[in-house]
Design a protein around this ligand. Sequence first.
Ligand code: ATP
Ligand code: MG
Length: 255
Amino acid sequence: MLELDNLTKSFGGLQAVDNCSLKIEAGKITGLIGPNGAGKTTIFNMIAGAMKPTSGRILFQGEDIAGLPTHEMFHRGIVRTFQIPHEFGKLTVLENLMVVPADQTGENLFYGLFTPGAVQKREDEVRALAEETLEFLTLTHLKDELAENLSGGQKKLLELGRTMMTDAKLVLLDEPGAGVNPTLLKQLGNMIRRLKEERGYTFCIVEHDMDMIASLCDPVIVLNEGSVLTQGKMEDVRKDERVLDAYLGGGEEAA
Ligand SMILES: Nc1ncnc2c1ncn2[C@@H]1O[C@H](COP(=O)(O)OP(=O)(O)OP(=O)(O)O)[C@@H](O)[C@H]1O
Ligand SMILES: [Mg+2]
């Protein structure tokens, strides 16, 4: 589905991503791991269009999309989750889902001003989709709650829910497990699995929680100093000496 071909991103003299080549296969949940500063978030930024590569190609379904802006990536079904923006805290949970389509597809409200009937119809459709999404997330009981009152884990579920308001194909999750309690973490994992199975999503997940990676991801790609160190099944990867060295060298706990 997605292929990085000799992708490089330099910041001054630093090669944050260094001639990196890897593949993300359709219908899989690929884990992207590696020590702090390995280049994981920078790769996500380039895939999502938030940063332009210095060189190299990003092939999505065979087409080179490197350097296209965020909305073009979004249009193609590449969606990256973000923390609920601060100002959205004052919107309800339901509203947070309902703003996604207008917010991110680049459509604006003018479209509605000239065709009032169409607006009502569209709003009804979006509301129905948002309610269906809340059912899936088991957040229906919180639909009228302000988003800022949700727990950290519930916010993560809502972030994932925002992808369900779009025609997502490839979903990029950057540290979805951070700050989430074990019960919700399990629920989040199940949602990710179900989205893969029931909706055919392809995921790429950056995560430092190795148990979460082990339970969800196959394959796992290990990044170190901007390029791929090794890849394979988590059970094999975590035994690899080079992976242990990379983590220890980076001053972080071993995988
Ligand atoms: N905008 C930027 N300007 C300059 N340097 C940057 C910028 N963004 C990232 N870097 C540097 O690029 C390298 C890779 O950073 P990146 O955030 O991609 O790492 P990461 O693998 O996501 O790490 P972590 O696990 O800590 O989130 C780091 O050395 C970082 O300091
Ligand atoms: Mg990062």
